[in-house]
Design a binder for this molecule. Sequence first.
Ligand SMILES: [Zn+2]
Length: 345
Amino acid sequence: MKVFHSDAQAGHAPRGYAIGGEVVAARETPERIDALLAALRGAGHAVLAPSAHGIEPLRRLHTDDYLEFLRTAHARWRETFPSGPRSEWVLPYAFPNRHMDARPGSVLGQAGWHLSSTTVPIGAGTWAAIQGAADCALDGADALLAGDREAYALCRPPGHHAYADVGAGFCYVNNAAVAAERIAPTRGRVAILDVDVHHGNGTQGLFYERADVLFVSVHADPDAGFPFFAGRSDETGRGAGAGFNLNLPLPAGTKDAGWLDAVGTAAAAVRRFDPAALVVSLGFDAFERDPSALLAVSTEAFRACGRTVGALGLQTLLVQEGGYAVDALGTNLLAFLDGFRGARR
Ligand SMILES: [Zn+2]
């Protein structure tokens, strides 16, 4: 199995974000990748640097305004705040609400327009990291197009909360969606199965009116946590996409049996859709010791999830999303891969 990782991804290292009235230390850190890489290398996987795909494949799903903002925001910000504590990170403080729809011209205004919370700061190395992560997903998609049965894209920053023109929840460019969009035009139908503990609202938004990409998400009830404003079971698609979006929210605290039951329901929906390929948004933050503290899934459940996904028998691209219990990330990834590959032998 080819594994893709870009050194550029380490250049994005936010310090923290605001939650519950205080600034807390960043969870989405380079140490996450270090842990996953160490586990992969220890298990004998060769890790490949991705090729540079540039901006064009991202333009298929993301708007030009947004990509230009992500690319230039940090330099523009430094012109506005050349020194002092504000200068290092692009951080919005004002956000448009449902009653405002005019894109502002200043970088300060555009930060709030394109970044939906303080969880998506932009530093000097953020754009290169975003591109590196997307390159991993694109090389993974290309591996499937070239005939590989499976590939793993070690993406960071993650992607599944990112919409066409809005970053959110540690996500800027939607890596899994970009990969699916790479595959769908030549192969036809692609399914995206999202098992991150948070609803993949950005991915849902990008494909909500399309019938060629099925989106299925198993996640914690959005009334219990992020992303709050999407992820309910009555969101089933619109227009041509009606019936091609399946949300399986679970009560907070759900343990292995309930989670695996939902994963089984999700897999059955993928099988019915009969896609040419599968993209998995692979988060490990449903883990029982994850600081997200939403669900309570064990390492063995990730192994069983891997078996269920592997048994679908599809060409599969695994795209890394969340997971913040750094000391357990490697163990949980290897357990998932063990189940996944075991089911395919
Ligand atoms: Zn997550």
